[in-house]
Design a protein around this ligand. Structure first.
Ligand code: B12
Length: 377
């Protein structure tokens, strides 16, 4: 097998199937990452969405027998919507972060990796692979960094010179001894724009995040969002892009290479009030295909309540009262109580007073009392 020829063929084929950047690295253990993951765990800075077994995360040979290389791929995603929604007509809107625009990127990258596997198998029938995107054991960023896709930015993202940090990442461990590419030099320099822009100070220092206070994480949780973060969430119903939009390298970057990634503005920037009334089926039909739906309907509804409070949208008071009175989940009831307190007005306060008499769940009671306390002093 002429591995250099194969590498050139794989690179050429990757362009044909819509892989925007490809890089190659060894299958050696990720020793620096291991220390980092342990440290993050000790500090309580992890999100809990990561693969819990750190050994597996840093040891490709635990994932594929006798691995010899890893191929890293990056696909650029759009930053601006091609179509716009009409201003404030019809009500206030929420915002899904760009990584949740269009078809769920897991499907798109897995499709590209599958095509790459098939291509290699035709040339090398004894080839073996393990491909993954996001939900796999490996750190997609650590692989991409070592494969020369981009540098590891202060905003924690892999930043490519061509597409900025607006790239999805995936990889394939193989048993083919591809020549590794060279990692890129850090280009963040003294810039701290992302650290300054993070609404919650989750970027504790360049390249280190406390996921527990990152808005992207908070919008994906299922419990109560700690009160200190609620106002900072604004109208984000899923994810956060502040550490990306603030990055000077990202300025002007907006690539529309993949039709499936184009945002439907009614979904990526949805009206907030109707979200509160969606049935499970309606939610699945409308949002089921986007990455941001993976945690189900409730977190998006909870975030929509927070966004309506952010706008002080009085027209949402009936829906919020309905949630306070009839929702089964304490998180939904309690968040509705908080939102009603923020919006205020006679109707909202009356509903809170009424709920105070009837409510038995301690967390919801606390939210009701906190909301009412704003009006009694
Ligand atoms: C858990 C997770 C999250 C968590 C935690 C994020 C985090 N920074 O760790 C939350 C929910 C907050 C999150 C948010 C987002 N995520 Co996310 N997430 C992941 C996931 C599943 C694991 C990440 C992880 O292991 N983190 C642990 C940290 C410690 O490691 P790491 O970032 O992977 O690797 C770097 C560090 O270890 C660092 N490092 C290693 N050693 C050392 C030592 C020192 C001294 C320093 C300074 C750094 C350092 O270098 C590595 C390479 O950059 C990956 C998919 C995957 N399987 O890898 C996607 C992934 C990282 N997420 C992604 C995206 C797009 C996002 C969001 C932009 C989505 C959004 N718009 O809301 C935000 C961005 C937030 C941010 N600034 O990180 C992309 C990133 C693409 C890119 N260009 O980098 C990934 C790769 C998914 C994908 N396949 O495309 N995410």
């Amino acid at each position: 097998m002429d591995v250099n020829k194969l590498k050139a063929e794989v690179i050429a084929f990757s362009k044909e199937i819509g892989i925007d950047k490809i890089g190659f690295t060894t299958a050696d253990p990720f020793t620096e990452l291991k220390g980092r993951l342990i440290r993050q765990q000790e500090l309580g800075y992890q999100s809990g969405f990561e693969e819990p077994d750190i050994e597996k995360r840093v040891t490709p040979s635990m994932l594929l027998e006798e691995p010899l290389s890893i191929i890293s791929i990056a696909l650029a995603y759009p930053v601006k919507m091609k179509q716009r929604v009409e201003g404030r007509k019809g009500g206030r809107r929420g915002f899904f972060s760009r990584a949740s625009w269009g078809l769920d990127y897991h499907h798109i990258l897995k499709d590209r990796l599958k095509k790459l596997e098939e291509f290699i198998l035709e040339k090398v029938p004894e080839a073996r692979f393990k491909s993954m995107v996001d939900t796999g054991e490996l750190s997609d960023r650590a692989v991409a960094e070592r494969a020369g896709i981009g540098w590891s930015g202060k905003n924690c993202a892999i930043i490519t010179p061509e597409f900025g940090s607006y790239v999805y990442l995936g990889e394939m461990i193989t048993n083919i001894p591809f020549e590794p590419d060279t990692p890129m030099e850090d280009q963040c320099g003294t810039c701290t724009a992302c650290l300054d822009a993070c609404p919650t100070g989750a970027l504790v220092q360049g390249g280190q995040i406390n996921a527990q206070s990152c808005i992207a994480y908070l919008t994906q949780t299922k419990g109560f969002i700690p009160e200190e973060f609620r106002e900072k969430i604004g109208n984000r119903v899923y994810g956060c892009d502040s550490c990306q939009t603030s990055c000077p390298v990202n300025k002007g970057k907006d690539f529309h290479f993949h039709e499936e990634m184009e945002a439907d503005p009614e979904i990526a920037k949805p009206l907030l009030r109707p979200i509160l009334k969606l049935s499970n089926r309606e939610f699945k039909n409308k949002f089921g295909h986007v990455a941001g739906s993976w945690r189900g309907k409730k977190p998006i509804q909870r975030n929509a309540m927070i966004a309506l409070a952010h706008f002080k949208d009085e027209t949402a008071i009936p829906e919020l009262i309905e949630a306070l009175e009839n929702e089964a989940s304490p998180v939904m009831k309690g968040t509705a109580a908080w939102a009603l307190g923020k919006i205020g007005g006679v109707q909202a306060i009356d509903a809170l007073k009424k709920a105070k008499e009837l409510e038995t769940h301690p967390d919801v009671q606390k939210e009701i009392e906190n909301s009412l306390s704003r009006y009694t002093s």
